[in-house]
Design a protein around this ligand. Structure first.
Ligand SMILES: NC(=O)c1ccc[n+]([C@@H]2O[C@H](COP(=O)([O-])OP(=O)(O)OC[C@H]3O[C@@H](n4cnc5c(N)ncnc54)[C@H](OP(=O)(O)O)[C@@H]3O)[C@@H](O)[C@H]2O)c1
Length: 264
């Protein structure tokens, strides 16, 4: 299926690896010119080169910490200078730390707010003039199944990420007259470095247990019986960016192998 994305330009955040990288790669393989951002410049440049080589699309690496407003302004400006337009924004960031209520002080709450909600707000504000100028656009936020069903031990995600969903739903009606859609995708358990960060997994890795074995307990409650692959989320991001997805806005779609049991 031709997704009608040739000639479009995307900005994909937190994309040196994992889900951001898979999203950038899926878009690049559809002929989209892509700017990717993350903090580690060397890793980011390497990722841009790898995606550029396999896709033949232009992939620009712009080092960026999503919690620094000046970095966000720079990455949007650089994208406009290099590509002349901006059609697609994929909001993504690192995940907040694991932990329960007693382990978080005000600073931890503030950091999670800046990382997982304020960065999204700021980026949307920066890209909107360019999308309006282009006659429309696509905003896709990578969140978590925690917005559908709180995850034990992930209090910051359970609390902050639903704010992104509220924002997106509200903006879906505000931005509809501008032909800009906004949707959320919710990874369940997808095999990236993030999944290896949990305390119990780290304990097993420290004991010399392989990553595969350390994560084997995490597939038991997934109806499809396995962890997800980053490209399975990237494919949904590319579809939501496509012309075929022009009537889809304000939605929150899990990519979780059936893990979340809720009806909505
Ligand atoms: N994988 C899953 O199963 C899963 C499930 C639910 C939710 N999620 C969420 O999905 C998002 C992506 O996760 P992932 O699995 O792709 O993680 P990952 O493989 O660890 O990749 C995280 C990416 O975010 C970048 N990053 C981290 N902090 C950043 C910052 N302040 N500014 C800019 N870039 C930053 C990292 O690069 P640098 O460190 O170089 O900046 C890296 O490129 C996270 O928010 C995660 O919590 C993932």
């Amino acid at each position: 299926m031709d997704l009608g994305l040739q000639g479009k330009v995307a900005l994909v955040m937190a994309a040196s690896k994992g889900l951001g990288r898979a999203s950038a790669s899926a878009l690049a393989h559809e002929g989209v010119s892509v700017t990717i951002g993350a903090r580690d410049s060397e890793k980011l440049t390497q990722t841009a080169q790898e995606i550029g080589k396999t896709s033949e699309s232009r992939v620009l690496a712009v080092p960026c910490d999503v919690t620094h407003p000046e970095d966000l302004a720079t990455i949007v400006e650089t994208t406009m200078q290099e590509f002349g337009r901006l059609d697609i924004l994929v909001n993504n960031a690192g995940g907040p730390p694991f932990g329960y209520f007693d382990s978080f002080d005000d600073e931890a709450w503030q950091q999670a707010f800046e990382l997982n909600l304020l960065s999204t707000i700021r980026l949307i504000r920066l890209v909107l003039p360019h999308m309006r100028q282009a006659g429309g656009g696509r905003i896709i936020n990578i969140v978590s199944t925690s917005v559908k069903q709180p995850i034990d031990g992930l209090l910051l995600s359970n609390t902050i990420r639903p704010g992104v969903v509220g924002l997106a739903k509200s903006l879906s009606f505000e931005l509809a007259p501008d032909n800009i859609t906004i949707n959320n995708v919710c990874p369940g358990r997808i095999l990236t470095d993030r999944l290896l960060q949990g305390a119990s997994v780290q304990e097993k890795l420290a004991q010399g247990i392989s990553a595969e074995e350390a994560l084997s307990g995490q597939t038991k409650d997934i109806p499809l019986g396995r962890l997800g692959k980053p490209e399975e989320l990237g494919a949904l991001v590319a579809f939501l960016a496509s012309s075929q997805a022009s009537y889809i806005t304000g939605t929150t779609i899990p990519v979780d192998g059936g893990l979340v049991r809720s009806l909505l």
